[in-house]
Design a protein around this ligand. Structure first.
Ligand SMILES: Nc1nc2c(c(=O)[nH]1)N[C@H]1C(S)=C(S)[C@@H](COP(=O)(O)O)O[C@H]1N2
Ligand SMILES: [Mo]
Length: 255
């Protein structure tokens, strides 16, 4: 087991060394884990995966926050894209009840698994940010988001254990994505329940969506259903760490 892990991380290191040289980056001596997606594809897409993530992580490593905008820049009609109202019996029941009975399970490699009501989530420290959403399908828009930092949610669950590497979020409409700890602890990574000063509208992912700034649209999951902390994504569905990367999009969707 130990040996396999070592081999895997060594080959990842070699790969990044090669990719790094290719892009003119010097990553030797760094902890390369934060520069690599969980699974590196073969061929050119694999090279693109590594270069995008490694170069952004490297270049932005001294920039704590993404740009935040002025209220005057907020987009008037923020699009509702893809899923607008999940056709799920339990979700529809919760929606009819104004999400009073909605609960967010937080489990896996946390010290104190728990289930948060919307009220409990709103009682956690709040962050509000006006950021730009960039959809990989060719549009962008600015909105103000309010929510609880994902880090605060994990802390409410007693923090993560030593083996924790990714947070996996599942949604009502069957999407899922994994995020590594760099994105998870980022101050602008929030579980948003407010948009432009109001409750998050249904079409934009009510009652709670993820805002993971600097990632393209599809990593910003709507209709969040559960949160799970894991050591590896290999055994989860397609094994690439997300529904989008399972379908050949980049796992690290840097925008
Ligand atoms: N659960 C879920 N999350 C999702 C999607 C979706 O279809 N289902 N679409 C993604 C895509 S591609 C984009 S661009 C944004 C769109 O968010 P919006 O509807 O608030 O504009 O949500 C992302 N999150
Ligand atoms: Mo998107």
């Amino acid at each position: 087991m130990k040996k396999m892990e070592k081999t895997a991380s060594l080959s990842r290191r070699k790969f990044i060394a090669g990719a790094g040289a290719l892009s003119g980056l010097l990553l030797t001596g760094c902890d390369t884990d934060i520069y690599l997606p969980p699974k590196i594809r073969g061929g050119l897409m694999g090279v693109a995966d590594v270069l995008t993530m490694a170069s952004q992580r490297f270049l932005l490593s001294d920039q704590a926050l993404v740009q935040e905008h002025d209220v005057s820049e907020i987009t008037k009609n923020f699009p509702v894209w893809n899923q607008a109202n999940p056709d799920d019996e339990e979700f529809q029941r919760l929606l009819r009840g104004g999400f009073q009975e909605w609960k967010l399970p937080v489990g896996g490699l946390v010290n104190r698994p728990l289930s948060l009501s919307l009220e409990a989530l709103k009682r956690l420290p709040r962050r509000t940010q006006i950021t730009s959403h960039i959809c990989e399908q060719g549009w962008s828009a600015i909105a103000q988001w309010s929510g609880a930092p994902l880090l605060q949610v994990l802390q409410a669950a007693g923090g993560v254990t030593a083996e924790a590497r990714y947070v996996v979020i599942d949604t009502v409409d069957g999407w899922y994505e994994a995020y590594d700890m760099f994105d998870v602890v980022h101050p602008q990574t929030i579980l948003a329940y407010g948009m432009n000063g109001k409750d998050l509208p249904l079409g934009n992912g009510a009652p709670v969506r993820l805002r993971v700034e600097r990632h393209c649209g599809y990593k910003n999951l709507k209709f969040v259903k559960s949160i799970q902390v894991v050591a590896s994504v290999e055994e989860i569905r397609g094994g690439t760490g997300g529904i989008n990367s399972d379908n050949d999009w980049h796992w690290y969707a840097g925008a």
